[in-house]
Write a new protein. Structure first.
Length: 182
């Protein structure tokens, strides 16, 4: 899932194609919980510019066999040409509509932009710029004050605390780790 700011909507799907002459939408889920689409009573469609285009009511939702794509038929879009006008648009929800995470787990968009500080010294290392999926564990990409990216494993051995209210992440660095993480 992605979002442009902590107060904006969250993108959970992208319209990547159309199916048939009746204006069915092909949607690529951008969420860790794609099954959520199966229970949605309405879907808000936004352009890449963030402008609201339409809210649609799904009448039929099915998965494309062997692919991670949904085919969604709606009450409002009934012709292929109309569906084509929404290619590249996004299905978005408000942050409070996201599913509940287990304790100690965070939404990536809540982490992006947090200050990263070294535990013990309180030294400011930079700002979290991205979270990368890297096999079994994620990597935190931290942009330092000179604009260089450093990568820290997002595991408890290195990340001692995440405080969303303070806007910071505290990390414990083994000697030489910061310099070697470029």
């Amino acid at each position: 899932m992605s979002t442009s700011s902590k107060t904006s909507r969250v993108r959970i799907g992208r319209i990547v194609g159309v199916h048939g002459v009746r204006g069915r939408l092909k949607i690529l889920p951008l969420t860790d919980s794609p099954e959520r689409f199966e229970t949605m009573e309405s879907m808000a469609v936004y352009g890449a510019d963030g402008a609201h285009r339409v809210t649609v009511t799904p009448t039929s939702i099915r998965w494309v066999p062997g692919r991670k794509i949904l085919v969604v038929e709606t009450e409002e879009i009934r012709k292929r040409e109309a569906a084509e006008s929404f290619l590249g648009h996004f299905i978005e929800v408000m942050p409070d509509e996201r599913y509940q995470l287990e304790e100690g787990a965070y939404w990536v968009d809540d982490l992006i932009g947090l200050s990263v500080k070294e535990e013990g010294t309180d030294r400011s290392l930079g700002v979290l710029s991205d979270v990368l999926a890297a096999g079994e564990n994620d990597l935190y990409a931290v942009r330092d004050h000179e604009g260089k990216e450093h990568y820290i494993p997002a595991v408890k051995e290195f990340v001692s605390a995440v405080d969303l209210e303070k806007g910071e992440i505290r990390v414990m660095l083994a000697e030489g780790l910061w310099e070697s993480c470029v």
